[in-house]
Design a protein around this ligand. Sequence first.
Ligand SMILES: Cc1cc2nc3c(=O)[nH]c(=O)nc-3n(C[C@H](O)[C@H](O)[C@H](O)COP(=O)(O)OP(=O)(O)OC[C@H]3O[C@@H](n4cnc5c(N)ncnc54)[C@H](O)[C@@H]3O)c2cc1C
Length: 414
Amino acid sequence: MSRVAVAIIGAGPYGLSLAAHLSARKVEHRIFGQPMRFWSDIAEAGGERYLKSFCFGTNLSTPAPGYSFADYNEPRGLETFEPCSIMNFTEYGRWFQHHNVPWVEPVEVEHVDRQGDGFAVQLSDGERLVADRLIIATGLSGFAHVPPVLASLPPDLAVHTSGVTSFAAFRGRDVAVIGAGQSALEAAALLCEAGARPQLLVRESSVRWHDRSALEPGFWERLRWPISGLGRGLKAKALTQFPGAMHRVPAKWRTRFVRSHLPAEGAWWLRHRVETRLPIHLGVTVVKAREVSGRVALQLRLASDAGQRRLTVDHVIAGSGYEIDVGRLMFISQGLRSAIQRLGRAPQLNASFEASIPGLHFVGPASAMSFGPLFRFVIGAEYAARVVSRRLSPQHLDVATGAKPARTQGRRLT
Ligand SMILES: Cc1cc2nc3c(=O)[nH]c(=O)nc-3n(C[C@H](O)[C@H](O)[C@H](O)COP(=O)(O)OP(=O)(O)OC[C@H]3O[C@@H](n4cnc5c(N)ncnc54)[C@H](O)[C@@H]3O)c2cc1C
């Protein structure tokens, strides 16, 4: 069985950025996963789909200059502010990977367990290896949250937005979309545009939309609503300026902040594709769902004690977001999962993104409870890549007492 110093699982923005930084520091590593697979799956489901973040807030990171999203878009005549298409972002990520991390191995990691003071890793091509350190960079995969009320419905009748592989497949069908966040609103628009008959079921009394950002805002607007990669406003600006600061905030306050930051809302460019195009039922909660003759009968509770009503549709799509839960990372052995200390259901990480198991790191959305909301987004990849690569570099490990050395020999040393 071969041995490697560092194994990265997942080749999305976080995994690729970390690999680029490790390479610059000459840290031996291997990285596994189909490059940008999460994003290509979104793009391939069809329709006009855009990032919610600005172009300059969606960079993959490498110490080498010339690889920002704008560096890719500009010479190709593509959008360099907003909205940027998800297909372009996928292609940008692959271009970044081709130039900076060509050694990605496009295989899945099927199983991970502890082995001695390292980790045994089983790949989908049959190879087994041992890694001294393991980086989990698998993004939101496995964390789709489906409301329990839909749990008993078969998957062809009820699906999470992340499980939709083709919006065109719903053409001519009645579809209830649950939620009022970007995913739900976008799914409703895409269904409508694909010839389906969507209806949006929203628990709140209104749908929130965020306004278009002015390209050249005035002085006062710049002062009160400074622009940053995380959006507009002082809070967003502070989070991007001091990416490591939230980790020092007491966990009780930080986790509350992470949960409440960025309420559900839709992007400005989606608004005209939803409002007036499809029925939006406000103040309704799905309290029961059951299959009736191959369709779905929903029982809805109306707000302010206005009673209940029924709605029968062909399918339900849950735009109910994601919930980070270590217990759902099924490729990690049960024993290892249950040994990881948590903040809520997310892993509790130290300042080097390391979990309570020495040598096991989490980057990306799984680190948001420990590091703040910035790390739910691509923009957090740069800080995570810098911190983790420095921690794993031979120079750092030589001086850190008791630290496990990252070996600097082997076939992936670049
Ligand atoms: C619809 C939607 C729109 C979004 N829009 C934005 C946006 O505009 N801006 C923004 O910053 N963020 C956005 N996000 C959040 C986004 O998911 C994260 O910011 C980003 O993907 C985090 O990068 P990552 O590398 O951690 O994860 P990912 O991009 O998900 O990459 C992780 C990769 O790991 C792979 N993987 C999973 N399990 C394994 C395994 N066992 N073996 C090998 N590979 C594996 C996956 O296939 C995936 O490709 C959006 C999310 C959704 C759902």
